[in-house]
Structures are given as structure tokens and as C-alpha cells.
Design a protein around this ligand. Sequence first.
Ligand code: HEC
Ligand code: HEC
Length: 171
Amino acid sequence: MKKWMQFLVLISSITSTSALLASGGIDGGGGNTMTSVTNAKWKAECSSCHMLYQPGLLPERSWNKMMSGLDKHFGENASLDAATRDEITHFLVTNSAEKSTNRRSNRINQSIPANATPLRISETRYFMSKHDEVSPSTFQRKSIGSAANCIACHKSAEKGDFSESQIRIPR
Ligand code: HEC
Ligand code: HEC
């Protein structure tokens, strides 16, 4: 192979590897990083008050219940027009925890009793077992606010990456 051709091959393999990493492709299946999915309406409407919660964090029945009660969403009115609501609901339920092959999504789902429909990830048994060493006063720090603010400690939370190397608890 000519030198310049080797260079081209090298460049294209680097680009495809980083594209795969950025999309969560390598670890998106059975691995630890949730398959990172996105939808423009979801991004626009569900990130104005808090971080974006990946669909793989809750089962379908939770998203359905949440999306049908947006006028009373944790004390806020987060209502949407019907078309936008339906599109976002479809996006959330298509990618929900029980449909994922990802290990973390599956564990979240398995930790929820069949007769329960939690609206909070932070109230699932999986969440509680993973955070039993974080004290309530830490969650209440000004820099954090509540357990719902995943991104305060998990820098890549919006991409579904909760790996230990991405955790930094602010003071
Ligand atoms: C008008 C503001 C507002 C909008 C818009 C909004 N939310 Fe929320 N949401 C809240 C508040 C307030 C909480 C409670 C946060 C807390 O406890 O710290 C919350 C909590 C949540 C939680 C629970 C987090 C946890 O595990 O404790 C989820 C999931 C959620 N919202 C999803 C959504 C989705 C999906 C949308 C878009 C359809 C959305 N939110 C739009 C205000 C909003
Ligand atoms: C106060 C900081 C803080 C907040 C807020 C927080 N976490 Fe965590 N999280 C941690 C710590 C610390 C661990 C434990 C890491 C360990 O076991 O070494 C952890 C562990 C995890 C793990 C398991 C990681 C692993 O490798 O086993 C997941 C998944 C996770 N958190 C998801 C969430 C989600 C989802 C939210 C928001 C609903 C959230 N966390 C909010 C600090 C936080």
C-alpha cells in the first residue's frame, strides 16, 4: 500500500471508532452504558426544568402514566399540545427500560414490582441500592438539590452513561 493510502485507511478507522463511541454503540448493547437515543421534541420540551432523562431509565407503564398527567407533573404544569405529547410518548415507550438490551435498564426494570408504576427513577429499588452510600444530606446540597438531579454527579447522565469514571460529587 502506498503511504498516502495507509494514511487514509488509518483516518477512516479512527473516525468510525469515535462515531461508534459517541453513539454509545460499543457499550450500548449488553454493556453498562445505556443506548443513548434522542428525539428533537423530547430534547426541546423535557429539558427546560431539569436534565434529560433517557427513556431506558423507566419502564413503558411509567412513561405512559407520566405523559398522561403532564398538567400535574411533580407540582408543575408541563402540558403539551396533543401531537407533541404523542410523539414524545412514542419515543419514550419505544425505548423504555424493558425494551432495552442494556444491563442497567434491565436491572432498573427488574427492581420494580409488577404492581408498581413509579414516576421517579430515584424511587426505584435499583436506584436506592446503588446510592445507599450517598447520604440524604449530600443529595440536599445546594450544588445538587435532589436525587433527581443525576447530572450534578454523573457528568454524562444525559447520554445514559453512569459509569464510575464519570462520577464527581460536587461540594
Ligand atoms: C415545567 C417544568 C418541567 C417540565 C417542562 C418537565 N418537567 Fe419533569 N420534573 C419537573 C420537576 C419539578 C420534577 C421534580 C424534580 C425533583 O424532585 O428535583 C420533575 C421530575 C421528573 C422526573 C423524575 C426524576 C426522578 O427520578 O426523581 C422525570 C422522569 C421527568 N420529570 C420527566 C419529564 C419529561 C419526560 C418531560 C417532558 C415531557 C418533563 N419531565 C418536563 C418539572 C418539569
Ligand atoms: C449526589 C450525587 C449523585 C446523584 C445526584 C446521583 N448519583 Fe448515581 N451514583 C452516585 C454515586 C456516588 C454512585 C456509586 C458509585 C459506586 O458504587 O462506586 C452512583 C451510582 C449510580 C449507578 C451505578 C453505577 C455503577 O457503575 O454501578 C447508576 C446507574 C446511577 N448512579 C444512576 C443515577 C441516576 C439515574 C440518577 C438520577 C435519577 C443518579 N444516579 C443521581 C452519585 C449520584
